[in-house]
Ligand binder design. Structure first.
Ligand code: SF4
Length: 73
């Protein structure tokens, strides 16, 4: 994966913001919610793979701040 990539992944309910330069590669996101965070899929974040609440809760566990969310409603 490229360095210093910032991307937004958006569903009807939530936007996941991703800042690759901050990622500590702890793997917490891919282990915690593999239906959303999966390095074998492209894009690697599937915002439709879980509910917005589940995604928000998982992103809150990201230790580096690489993942953040914005709720749309
Ligand atoms: S939880 Fe955060 S720091 Fe850990 S791998 Fe995922 S994005 Fe990177």
């Amino acid at each position: 994966m490229d360095r210093n990539v910032k991307r937004d992944y958006e569903s009807d309910e939530i936007i996941v913001h991703w800042d690759n330069s901050k990622c500590a590669h702890s793997g917490i996101c891919v282990l915690g919610l593999p239906g959303v965070f999966n390095l074998n899929q492209h894009p690697w974040i599937n915002v439709n793979g879980a509910t917005a609440d589940e995604i928000e809760a998982q992103v809150a566990k990201c230790p580096s701040g690489a993942l953040t969310t914005t709720r749309k409603n």
